[in-house]
Structure formats: C-alpha cells, structure tokens
Design a protein around this ligand. Sequence first.
Ligand code: ADP
Length: 634
Amino acid sequence: MAQHQFQTEVSRLLHLIIHSLYSNREIFLRELISNASDALDKLKYLTVAEEAYKSIVFEPRIDISFDKEAKTITVADNGIGMNEADLIDSLGTIARSGTRAFLEKLAEDAKKDSNLIGQFGVGFYSAFMAAERIEVISRKAAEEAAWKWSSDGKERYDIEAASRETQGTTVILRLTDEGVQYANRWSIEDIVKRYSNHVAFPIYLTYDEKEYDDSGKEKGSATKTDRINAGTALWRRPKSELTDEDYREFYRGLASPLSRDTEESLFHVHTKAEGSLEYITLFYVPRKAPFDMYHMDYKAGVKLYVKRVFITDDDKELMPIWLRFVRGIIDSEDLPLNVSREILQQNKILLNIRNASVKKLLSEFKALADNAASGGEEAKEKWETFIREYNRPLKEGLYQDFANRESIQELVRFKSSTQEGWTSLSDYVDRMKGDQKYIYYVTGGNEQTLRASPLLEAYRARDIEVLIMDDEIDELVIPSLGRYRDKELKAVNRAGADEELGKAEDKAAEQEIRPVIEKIKKALGDRVKDVKLSRRLQDSPSCIVADENDPSIQMAQMLKALGQAEMPEIKPILEVNGEHPIVASLKETGDEGRIADVAGVLLDQALLVEGAKLKDPGDFVRRLNRLLAVPPRA
Ligand code: ADP
C-alpha cells in the first residue's frame, strides 16, 4: 500500500469544508452523481469515437445503495474509471480553477456564507461532509488493474491494488453520525429527484423492503432495485410539454458548478433549429453574475453535446467572451462525434450555431428591455437586474463584437446628469435639443466626483444632458463606439467639446482677460500644456481638460497601473473662468508671488475635483494658506 500526502490546497479545502460549511450537506450526493455521469459521458464518447473502446458494451448506469447499520452509502458507475495515476491526479490535487477560485473566495469572506459550497460545487471532497472515511474502488476502461483509494479526508490518502469486475468507479462513504441521516431510501430519492433528475443515465437505488405474511407478521425482507431519476434530456422535449418548474430544476442541476450560485435564473431561451442546420440550444441567464466573471480563468458556462452525447463543458469558444455569463447547452445533430478541440475551434457548423445563438440571445435581451419600457413592475425589475449584473460585459461586447455592435449599443445603459436611473443612448438622442450636435459624456472617477465636476457647469446651465460614465470600462468602450445614430460622442473634458457652448464670444472681455491668462501661464510654466479662457465654467474658477488626442487623466492612470510606466507624462490644459472673482482679481496685480500662488491653487484644485492625486500636496497647502492669510480688504 502506498501512502500519499494531499496537496496542501486540498488539505485546506477539506478542512474548510468539513468544519464550516455544513448547511447544505446533502449536495454531496449530487456531486458524486454528477461525477459518475461525467465518467459515463466520457466512456460513451470513447466507445463511439475510438477503435480501442468500441468492443466495450456500453450499458451505462449509476447505482446507489446504503446500509444503515454499517453506516455506508455507496455510489457506483460503470463509466470511464480511474487508474492509479488518475486517482492521484484527480483526488489528490486541485486542478480546477473553479475550486481554486472557491478557496480564494472562501478566504475572503471566510465562513460568512455557509451556502458557498452549494454555489461552487467543490465536487468529490464535499462527500467528507457526510463521511469520516471514503473508499474509491476504480478500474479504468480498457485496463485490467483496479485500485482502491482511501482517506479520512485529513492529510493523507492511501492507494492499493484492488479488484473490480468491470470498468467504472465505486465510491463507498463510511458515514459520520451526522451523515447517517441520509442512509435511507426516502432521503436518497428525494435528493436525487431534486438535483439529478435529468441526468441522462439511469440512476438505480437498491434497498431492502420488509415483507409481511397474511396475518401482518414480518416474514423477512426482499431486496429491490428501482430507477429513481427521469433521465430525459430535458432540452430534447418540446417546449409545450415543459413547465417552469422543469426548467428551474434543469438549471439547478446544470453540472457547471458555477451556475449553481442561485436557485433561479433570470430567464431562459430554448431554441430548436431545423433546416440546413439542426440543433437545440437551451440557455439561461443567471440572476446573479457568476462569481468568476472577472477572473481570467473563468469557467465556460455552455456545454456541448452532439446527438445527446456529451462532448465538452470546457470550451470557451462556444460563446463570445462577453457572453461568458450565459449558462446552458448546445446539442448539435450535424457535428461529428469525434471532433477534436482544434477542429471544434474552426468548425463552420459550430461557428454558425454560435452566431445564431448570439443573435437569439441579443433579441431576447432586447425583448427584455422593451418589456421593461412598456410593462409592469416585474418586467422592470428583471431588466434592472439584468443591467446591474451584465451592463459591463455588454459594454465589452461593444468593442469585441463588431458584427453585433448595432444591437449591443441599444442595450447598454448609462447614468445621466439629467435623468434618474439608467438611460439608453437612444433615449439620450431623442431628448437632444434641436441644435445639439454631439452626445456629451464625462468619464473617470466615481459617480459623485463626476456629477460634481466643474466641467458640467455650463452644460447644466444650458440644460444640455451629459452622460455620467463612472465605469472604468467606459474609457475603453466609448472611443471605440465613436458615433451613435450619426452623432459624435464627445467627452466634456476634451479641449474641443465646448464649441457648442458659445460663451466667451465677447471679444472685448476676451481682450481684457488675455493678460491674466498670460500671467497664469507664465507662473505655471511646464506644469501645463496650455492655459485657456474657458467657455464651460459657470461657478468654478478653473478646470482641467485633456487635449483632443491625449489620453484623459484617468486613462493615463489606468495605463500606468497596467504597467505602461514608460508613458510620457501627459500635461493638462488648464481652463480658467474669466468671470470668477479669483481670476478677475489678477487683472490689477503685478505681485508675482501672489500670481504664482493663485495660479498654483487654480491648477491644483482643478486636479483635486477630478479625483487626481497632487504631486506636491504640501505646495498646494502652503500657497492656499498664504492666500487665506491676506486680510480682507476693507
Ligand atoms: P470535478 O468533477 O468538478 O472536476 P471533483 O473533485 O468532483 O471535481 O472530481 C475531480 C476529478 O476526479 C474529476 O474531474 C474526475 O476526473 C475524477 N472523478 C471523480 N469521480 C469520478 C468517477 N466516478 N469516475 C471517474 N472519474 C472520477
């Protein structure tokens, strides 16, 4: 017998599961059944696709039995099985990104949410919630040797030679005192119906039933075996036959662990295509975005089947990246069974299915928006939930998915300086004043900073709506959008965005303020690219704008954070409000110290309201204090 140490991560995970996540204990059975079903899927595939396995008679089944006295539950399958190396790899290490992400998440808000395990589906190890010792006897298809893996789920596991009649895996749980509650017919049936009813393979339960003679006296017991799951591939059944509860149940059972985060989806789309391409798709949009949506190694949400045969649940190409939150299945009639991953990726048929699926989803999203616009509270709530969770990936779609840009740009939503809640670009344009040329927006910083930005003053005064873009991704998205319904999008913090504001046309006033501008410019030297008389300020004395083609301050910060340290420093353009008393006060003075102080404060305060960090806060404070110390004029 060989003894092995668990990989440290496994030990940690086991410890956490066993000690802190008891609330959803029964799901261990779902996890074991789903592993058995995957193992059957894998073998089914091989028996169709590969010569070496074609002689195997494929009679798939999952068998559950229990023994209350001996305190055991056993789950057996005749699927692909595992050899010694597989046992070490699969049950002794954590290979899956989902599990690792689960660990990270758990470390974050440790134990707060005891439902976590249900959300992430940590698989096999969850069985240690009910068992103090687990034995796995397995024999890999097309191999002779069988192996027994056993462990108490603490630090080590043992592997020794064993025997098993056919290929497949038998998992024997030696139950804890708590776990014994599941060792009965009714609990097992109940759990299987709840979680695993649509598993495509038959699940059997073996149990003893007492028998009585005519006088009602017990005369012994008989062993019976019943099939306990429905086992139909739900997506193959006509929509008209399916109830909401059927769809909900299927969603709960979707084997991707990440889709289990909520019991309910926001909505589903079930499509059957006939004609040149035959396929069925059933997609769900989760009510809550998958926890790993922003992880580089997010888990794919869509599974591929070919003629009911499971092909993969790990192909991110099945959906565009921006739709990575969609869960569900694609089942194709036309693909060959033995497609390799490489072939899948450039397969025409699959590409067509994918394109059609994206279109279908987009039209479904649009229907959701339309319903919200015309419908009741429920429709509104649905749409708002959708936008709250998925506005951001939709925006990614704007720059990733050129072919669908037109549809996506109708879906994304923004905040606005004049509207409550979310607004669409289309509604913005409908509200535009007759002579307004551009769609205005402000980016960078949080919503509050943006709403308070002096840059908006003149727009507000002239009742021009500005979109408040407080989402980091907006900086990337909007330039790539460029125009909407023939209107150019203009950032209000750009040098050219003030042409419609029309102020400062007064030549005489401009002439008068010119020397002040020159004084400020001289005082600030190379801290600024230029100093200009502003047309967009109303109450504030100054603001910062970026030159047409320079990145904005926020963009520059983002690029820097991304490691582009080599980027040349971008200097701002300072705009000053000629009518503001602070600026006007410079007209008469020749005091260079005071001019330098005022100029410095005008620049630094403009940076501060934009949420930028000052390079030399001490300098700002010293100048400010000097100015404050001047006694008021009598
Ligand atoms: P997951 O199933 O999500 O990958 P698990 O921890 O449940 O994670 O299982 C780890 C691995 O162990 C599986 O990916 C699979 O390779 C292997 N495995 C588990 N149960 C079985 C089984 N019944 N038959 C064959 N392989 C199995």
